[in-house]
Ligand binder design. Structure first.
Ligand code: NAD
Length: 502
């Protein structure tokens, strides 16, 4: 089967090239995805441009109602969408449902768009003068998304963009193309007019076309830092508004007074959920003080031994495979590297063997949960984003020492602190140089009515993703100053600001 695109409200083919889409749990491929060429992307942009004037002039309340309908449809079709996510990404079905739910929350927030676009009004800004600010859509905007959240990250972007009156071209990850296409079909069923949302599958050629086409006014990107940086600088040079969210290396800090069993439970999910392929995952835990590392390690080892790894479609499993063979080799290479660098390998995920449905060793990309102790900042496994089920324990003598480690790291996406000390927690959350902070919460992913974004090399641009920042990102402010002179008003020249006149 060939997976194509969605242009102007219907399935559309386009592009000479294609590549296989694998089921990571079996290593088999039963389908391929067409990679859009420049002409195909230009067709999608043209459809979005044509749909824009009527959509811009559609009352926000009507746009919001389509979002409400889409929310219902997504809930009705949740099982089918989650199966697509698991078949292409590999994550367990319950986790696929979690990401879809988070995506739906963004649609709910977009349903408040009449309220969000109300603007600001000042009566009598000057004598007989009223002034207001309104937020107008930009036109055609685009989104480029990563493999690790096939439904949620696209839903961070396009629902709010179109609710604000823009039209959209989405380029999902070519490794997981099906969920975004399925949702685009549901959006059409919910009443989204043709051309308002277009989905082009593809790779670099599609991205470069979006970056260089003058009709595209803004680009939201989520993916790895090198690509984010390229998108940000190229897009800005093309006079586009750009936000580009990049990679991460998130630290958890555990103080000696923390609830250690509670921290262990939270760290297990944060380190190994989705096989460590989350930008908010915790790959490093900094154990502060004497005995904290030993207590954490004892708890982690016990829980890791009880973890079930296997196909995400089997609800009894806690963790599925990595996304591709290439990514499996990369993560395995980091474990080899950690051993060579002198970190202490306590639990070795390379030893895992999963038996397939035919009773033979699976060809899926399974790697077991892995635990290193005595990881230090000079090591590559400390510095680089591994994006796999590998947790490293780092030791620090004090909270300031732990915080200095975090602040020195190039990434600043998320972090968390486990403690019972309110003063330490308050100091940590206010001073740490990271965009999203948890206190006794390992995955502090903001809810849909806040905004999501890291600091340092985890985000390029001024505004964060979704929430209130998305309303600002997908609109431009216009300020109108208005005077309706009463009949008989003297018409005389004025040489000063009206607001300065009595
Ligand atoms: P990726 O950077 O390889 O790909 C992201 C998107 O960019 C895809 O659509 C891909 O087709 C496109 N792309 C890839 N290489 C390109 C190139 N050279 N030129 C133009 N476009 C290119 O990322 P990925 O492997 O799909 O996703 C994992 C990465 O995403 C991790 O680094 C993870 O931390 C990051 N991520 C960040 C966030 C966040 O919110 N900060 C969220 C999810 C994932």
């Amino acid at each position: 089967m060939t997976i194509t695109h969605w242009i102007n409200g219907e399935p559309a083919a386009g592009g000479e090239r294609s590549q296989p889409v694998y089921d990571p749990a079996t290593g088999q491929s039963a389908q391929e995805v067409q990679l859009a060429d420049r002409a195909t992307v230009e067709r999608a942009i043209a459809a979005a441009e044509q749909a824009y004037p009527a959509w811009r002039d559609t009352p926000p309340l009507k746009r919001a109602r389509i979002m409400m309908k889409l929310k219902d449809l997504l809930e009705q079709h949740a099982d089918a969408i989650c199966q697509l996510i698991t078949a292409e990404h590999g994550k367990v079905l319950s986790d696929a449902l979690g990401e879809l739910q988070r995506g739906i929350e963004n649609i709910e927030y977009a349903g408040y768009v009449p309220e969000l676009l109300k603007g600001e009004h000042s009566k009598e800004a000057g004598p007989g003068i009223d002034s207001w600010s309104e937020f107008q859509p930009l036109g055609v905007v685009a989104g480029i998304t990563p493999f690790n959240f096939p439904a949620m990250v696209p839903l961070w972007m396009w629902p709010m963009a179109v609710a604000c009156g823009n039209t959209f071209v989405l380029k999902p990850s070519e490794r997981v193309p099906s969920a975004a296409l399925y949702i685009a079909r549901l959006a059409a069923e919910a009443g989204l007019p043709p051309g308002v949302l277009n989905v082009v599958n593809g790779d670099r050629e599609a991205v470069e076309t979006l970056l260089h086409d003058g009709r595209v006014k803004a680009i939201s990107f989520v993916g790895s830092t090198p690509v984010a940086e390229h998108i940000y600088h190229t897009g800005c040079a093309q006079n586009k508004r750009v936000q580009a969210l990049g990679g991460a290396k998130n630290h958890a800090v555990v103080l000696p007074d923390a609830d250690i069993p509670g921290a262990v439970g939270a760290l297990m999910g944060a380190a190994f959920g989705s096989c460590g392929q989350r930008c908010m995952a915790i790959p490093l835990v900094v154990a502060v003080g004497d005995g904290t590392a030993e207590a954490l390690i004892a708890g982690l080892r016990q829980q890791m031994a009880a973890m079930r790894v296997g196909p995400g479609s089997d609800n009894r499993n806690d963790m599925g495979p990595l996304v591709t063979q290439q990514h499996y080799q990369k993560v395995k290479g980091y474990i080899d590297q950690g051993v060579a660098e002198g970190a202490e390998l306590l639990v070795d995920g390379r030893e895992l063997s999963v038996i397939g449905a035919d009773g033979r060793p699976s060809q899926g990309y399974f790697l077991g949960p892995t635990l290193f102790d005595r990881v230090t900042p000079g090591m590559r496994i400390y510095q680089e984003e591994i994006f796999g089920p590998v947790l490293g324990v780092v030791r620090a003598a004090s909270l300031p020492e732990a915080m200095a480690l975090i602040d020195a790291h190039e990434y600043g996406n998320g972090t968390c602190l486990f403690t019972r000390d309110g003063e330490a927690a308050r100091y940590f959350s206010s001073r740490i140089q990271v965009g999203m902070v948890g206190i006794n919460v390992a995955l502090p992913v903001p809810v849909a009515y806040h905004s999501f974004g890291g600091w340092k090399r985890s985000l390029f641009g001024d505004l964060h993703a979704y929430g209130p920042d998305a309303v600002r990102f997908y609109t431009k402010r216009k300020t109108v100053t208005q005077r309706w002179p009463a009949s008989g008003d003297a018409r005389r020249a004025s040489f000063s600001f009206p607001s300065g006149q009595g």
